[in-house]
Design a protein around this ligand. Structure first.
Ligand code: FEO
Ligand code: CA
Ligand code: CA
Ligand code: CA
Length: 651
């Protein structure tokens, strides 16, 4: 979900009043301008630091033609229209759309007759994170597997007739419509197969499953059972109904999905200011300004009636897609905040490290390090790694160091006098604990993902228009950062296999500063980046088998006729940070979840909220992608992009 937009209608769930950071400690960052550091060690070392501002765009394009990128596809031009685009020689296949049948007894999709009973058996709305898990489990099969897909939120104005346009439509839904929305949230698990070059859903598969805003799940880890997690429906504080606002995520080395609950605050209404937890709720953005009408339909979303329910959201949830009857688990050990992703890596010493971002203006980057070691021979035992470990928050120092600070009860300010009577208190109110440790407020951390080839960890920082000039620091170097940037974390060690992701210190560097070169102050890429290769608002990223980064965007400058898209770049060598446009989304949509099959020959993309444009309604949407049939609303969908005739994506 993008919180960038300030018009009331763009990007529905958030309006201008919501469009603010809620971190009171975002103030005075370290000052001092960065141009110095923007001699970007990394880029400079690679000999490619670009003075783009002074380079005519035509010449940049020429430079690209003879450029140093390892990527062989022909870049597509920036544009904006009702459909999507891929490079010459590539093909995109629409695999699964909102409303497509997953269960054998699911009704066919009929947008005029949506029911919750049908929606729980159909593919959900606003697809986001995508994971591909090969079948059989543990194999590298690139032609048959399980697609696990998050469904972040719903656009009431595009799902239902008669609600008008914009965010206010979300507040007008009936109780029955709200039940459809709850059923359209969560996760889909879909068995897929490639047959004669075409990807297809396996109908009626035993693996096909929907997890929704109502699916029973379990809380585990240090905060499970805590008094703040108890409700009238669950006096044990260990059972929750549903997962919400599942944004990005990750897959574990043992083949489970980690799905991240992001803007959970928007579903709750009622006057939180009257509650004992008022300060904490404010820090998490829970207010009467609900984004949905659910609080008036269901008591559990009204904090005046069920004050602890919000504490049961904002977690990372583990789901085993290979076991359709398994109960999802909310792992409290990974902390509670607006989780974007949860990308894990087995450290060289065998411990599991999970990198995470808290996607809000001026919020933080985290990692979790397990206490025990990953056991490849005993997959069922590994879930426990997510319950016993240490959560760290990052300080990006101006000298280029990352200091990982442990969030451990009794250490430093994390004591009873400051409201932390136990480790559970820290995990439930993670943001406050991280504030006290003086973590570095970032420009909205989205994905934080290790590149398995070069060992570096890439932090996509999507934007932060609120950062003032006296709040810049070297890792967030631009005030009023409308376009975002990408930071690299470099763990200590000699080469990728030796890097220590569990270490309490690392180094950081800037990979790129987004925006249009020559127009947006401070935009920095490889100097050969073309007039179509620049990007805005990096959100999700993925790495191909060569370690190249693929960056999906959420918030392209549509006024300049630029759609959101997928961009690729080398991360090392002469083509480092030379971004190139590979895929263009239809109007209103962001691109999510880039995900490669193990053979690198397919990339799956989640096309989220097509038609989410000002004035767009169910009756007259800005696009009817991907069906383009009269009366059919736009449908968030997962597409597969392949090369015609086969071959590695990107070349
Ligand atoms: Fe849901 Fe941070 O994007
Ligand atoms: Ca999103
Ligand atoms: Ca986003
Ligand atoms: Ca996102």
């Amino acid at each position: 979900m993008d919180e960038r937009h300030t018009t009331a209608e763009a990007h529905l769930p958030i309006d201008a009043s919501e469009d603010v950071g809620v971190n009171p400690s975002s103030a005075p960052s370290i000052g001092q301008l960065i141009e110095r550091r923007l001699a970007l060690k990394g880029l400079a070392a690679a000999g490619v630091l670009g003075a783009l501002a002074s380079m005519p765009l035509g010449r940049q394009a020429m430079a690209q033609a003879a450029g140093p990128s390892s990527l062989a596809f022909k870049e597509i031009p920036h544009s904006l229209d009702t459909t999507d685009h891929v490079p010459e020689g590539y093909e995109r296949q629409v695999m699964v759309r909102w409303g497509d049948r997953l269960a054998a007894d699911a009704p066919a999709f009929d947008p005029a007759k949506l029911t919750a009973a049908g929606q729980v058996k159909q593919f959900g709305y606003n697809c986001d994170f995508i994971g591909y898990l090969p079948l059989p489990r543990g194999s590298q099969n690139s032609a048959h597997g399980l697609l696990v897909v998050n469904h972040e939120y719903t656009n009431s104005n595009l799902m239902f007739a008669g609600l008008g346009s914009g965010r206010t439509a979300n507040l007008k839904t009936s109780k029955e419509q709200a039940k459809v929305e709850l059923a359209a949230h969560g996760v889909s698990i879909v068995e897929i197969k490639r047959v004669k070059g075409r990807w297809q859903v396996v109908a009626n598969s035993k693996y096909n499953r929907r997890i929704t805003g109502q699916t029973p799940m379990r809380l585990s880890g240090p905060a499970a059972g805590h008094a703040k997690l108890k409700t009238s429906a669950d006096p044990t504080g260990t059972r929750v109904l549903g997962t919400l606002n599942n944004c990005a995520g990750g897959v574990t080395p043992w083949g489970t999905l980690l799905t991240a609950e992001e803007n959970f605050n928007g579903y709750f209404g009622g006057d939180a200011a009257k509650l004992p937890e008022a300060e904490a709720y404010k820090r998490y953005g829970i207010s009467q300004n609900s984004w949905y009408g659910w609080a008036s339909h269901f008591d559990r979303f009204n904090v005046e009636k069920e004050p602890n329910e919000p504490h049961r959201f904002g977690w990372v949830v583990e789901i085993d897609p290979y076991e359709p009857a398994s109960t999802p688990v909310k792992h409290t050990g990974l902390g509670r905040f607006k989780h974007e992703g949860a990308h894990s890596i087995v450290n060289k010493d065998g411990r599991l490290v999970v990198y995470q971002g808290d996607d809000q203006r001026f919020d933080y980057v985290y990692k979790y390090v397990s206490a025990a070691k990953y056991d490849a021979a005993n997959p069922a035992a590994n879930s426990r790694l997510l319950d016993e470990g240490t959560l760290f928050v990052a300080q990006f120092a101006d000298d280029g160091k990352v200091i990982w600070m442990p969030l451990v009860h009794g250490q430093g300010p994390l004591i009873s006098e400051n409201g932390f009577a136990s480790q559970a208190d820290i995990l439930i109110n993670t943001r406050k604990a991280a504030d006290l440790l003086k973590a570095t407020p970032m420009d909205r951390p989205e994905d934080v993902e290790p590149n398995p080839v070069n060992g570096r960890v890439y932090v996509t920082l999507t934007n932060n228009a609120e950062r003032k000039t006296d709040q810049v620091n070297k890792a967030n170097p631009r005030a009023a950062n409308a376009h975002g940037h990408v930071v690299e974390i470099i763990p200590p060690g000699n080469g990728p296999a030796d890097m220590d992701h569990a270490a309490t210190e690392a180094r950081w560097d800037i990979f790129l500063l987004a925006g249009k070169p020559g127009v947006d102050a401070g935009a920095r890429y490889h100097r050969a980046t073309s007039e179509h290769g620049w990007l805005s608002c990096p959100d999700n990223c993925a790495f191909d088998a060569k370690g190249r980064i693929w960056i999906a965007t959420d918030g392209a400058p549509t006024a300049a006729d630029v759609a959101d898209g997928l961009y690729a770049a080398d991360t090392t060598g002469k083509g480092r940070a030379l971004t190139r446009l590979f895929y263009q989304a239809p109007t209103g949509a962001e691109v999510c979840g880039p995900c490669f099959t193990p053979d690198g020959k397919t990339v799956f993309l989640a096309i989220q909220h097509p038609g989410e444009d000002p004035g767009s309604t169910f009756e007259t949407p800005s696009t009817r992608w991907p069906d383009f049939k009269p009366g059919m609303p736009p449908r968030p969908s997962v597409v597969a992009v392949v090369r015609k005739g086969g071959g590695e994506i990107g070349g």
